[in-house]
Design a binder for this molecule. Structure first.
Ligand code: BES
Ligand code: ZN
Ligand code: ZN
Length: 465
């Protein structure tokens, strides 16, 4: 599906159908729309087959509403089977959102279906007066393609995506990108480097863990952004085994790792003048005779000893070592992304990711950036009382909190134990456990993976320049 811009008046553009985004029911077609009970509210849709028009409503004409409306409308176009579509964009600020909505609306994951649906839509023509239209559209297509790329990998099953195959995907991607390289380290490396927390989580699986390190280093780089992603290609819970119902969907636990891969891909394609490192802690949390156990004490890369009381709190163990590794790169900004806790979903609901760290300025900037690109996020505050909840009687720190309350924050404060003094204000932790994966549609998202945080971090990187 090609997305093109045209400075022609919408009336003079030839296409099989037209999408009309409206926040009120205008005089035109009013009677038809009334009959269909269409009031122009958010997420409402009306198809007028005799006029080849599709109306979609928005509460207000904001970029975020336009993105969702466009996605809903193009999905309808796809179902009907039109080959070409035209749509007017009155506000040039909404152009990027419109293109993203188009790409998100047609996204479908049918890798495991025996019959694949073929997309009939060949082109979408956006009527706009904007002089920057081609550039804006090109950028929006790169970003939304990266989000859809992340969805494809996260939706893929653990049988296909394990630490090794994820590493192969990363290597292949790096080869196709400018100024980008990829190093993959195996289980022996983890042992030799003292990354015992990470290794303990992954060692019981037949698919041994991998540390994947992608680097995008353009000559004109001004800043260094280091990203760390939780890449649990499966989380069974380990010996603290998850109940069957909670285990279903745990292929999602690689979402943070896949996000950092998608982000570096988009940044390299956009040729942003910023050095980016994406570090993926890829492992499978499985059960075997050599599983790590509740009661074990693990020594992380920086020498910190960790009492394990629950092997299902494994993401923070992988991240602890990856964050130590990441800080050797001397980042200007360090961000980890993880489907870390169910508690974050309880705290914020399933559509919002949690933002944690020690710098109010950085947290605030992240929340604002996310909101601007249509992702929901909220800051969760650390405090000294919860900090005591992860004290251990036998080791330096414990991998779970004393009570179940504030679980997203105690997990964030656990990670904070591995952040060096000089990096405290440079670090952000994003808990994307809620929005990374949903078993029902919402906004512009289909069922399954969403590519949560990818758009926000790309936008954040642009702001760093
Ligand atoms: N991967 C899960 C977190 C998760 C839960 C992500 C639901 C997405 C949806 C994580 O490894 C985990 O199991 N965390 C435990 C921590 C607990 C044992 C302290 C949790 O949230 O229950
Ligand atoms: Zn777990
Ligand atoms: Zn997990």
């Amino acid at each position: 599906m090609k997305i093109k811009n045209s400075c022609e008046n919408i009336k003079n553009i030839n296409a099989d159908c037209e999408i009309i985004i409206t926040d009120n029911v205008s005089k035109k077609d009013k009677r038809d729309l009334k009959l269909l009970n269409f009031d122009g509210g958010s997420e409402e849709i009306a198809f007028l087959p005799h006029l080849n028009k599709i109306y979609v409503g928005v509460d207000e004409k904001s970029a975020n509403e336009v993105r969702i409306a466009t996605a809903i409308a193009i999905k309808k176009v796809k179902q009907i089977g039109y080959k070409s579509v035209k749509i007017e964009c009155e506000n040039e600020e909404h152009l990027g959102a419109m293109a993203e909505g188009l790409k998100f609306g047609i996204y479908e994951f049918d890798k495991y279906k025996s019959t694949k649906s073929k997309l009939k839509i060949k082109e979408v023509i956006i009527s706009t007066k904007s002089k920057k239209a081609s550039n804006v559209l090109e950028e929006a297509v790169i970003i939304s393609s990266a989000v859809n790329f992340a969805k494809d990998i996260v939706n893929s099953i653990p049988q296909d995506i394990n630490p090794q195959t994820l590493a192969e995907i990363a290597e292949k991607e790096a080869k196709g990108l400018v100024d980008t390289t990829c190093e993959v380290y195996d289980e022996k490396y983890l042992q030799n480097e003292g990354m015992n927390a990470f290794y303990a989580v992954g060692r019981a699986s037949v698919n041994q863990p991998r540390l994947i390190h992608l680097t995008y280093k353009p000559k004109n780089a001004t800043k260094k952004l280091v990203l760390v992603g939780k890449g649990l290609t499966y989380d069974s819970g380990g010996l603290s085994l998850k109940p069957s119902d909670s285990m279903v969907t745990m292929k999602l636990d690689k979402s943070g790792g896949v996000a950092v891969l998608a982000i570096i891909k988009a940044i390299a394609k956009l040729k942003l003048p910023i050095e980016v490192h994406s570090i993926i802690g890829a492992a499978e949390n499985m059960v075997a005779g050599n599983s790590f156990k509740p009661d074990d004490v693990l020594v992380a890369k920086n020498g910190t000893t960790i009492e394990v009381r629950n092997t299902d709190a494994e993401g923070r163990l992988v991240l602890a070592d990856c964050l130590c590794y990441a800080q050797d790169l001397k980042p200007d900004v360090l961000i980890d992304i993880a489907t870390l806790t169910g508690a974050c979903v309880v705290a914020l609901g399933e559509y919002t990711f949690g933002v944690m760290g020690n710098s109010s300025r950085l947290k605030h900037s992240m929340v604002l950036t996310a909101n601007r690109c249509g992702e929901l996020s909220s800051s969760l505050p650390f405090n000294n009382f919860l900090k005591k909840h992860i004290d251990s009687d036998i080791a330096d720190v414990c991998n779970i909190g004393k009570s179940r309350y504030g679980g997203a924050i105690t997990a964030g404060m656990f990670l904070d134990r591995f952040i060096k003094k000089e990096n405290k204000d440079k670090w952000l932790h994003l808990d994307i456990a809620g929005p990374a994966y949903q078993e029902s549609e919402w906004g512009y998202n289909q069922i399954g993976a969403t590519g949560a945080s990818v758009k926000s971090i790309i936008e954040f990187a642009k702001k760093m320049i």
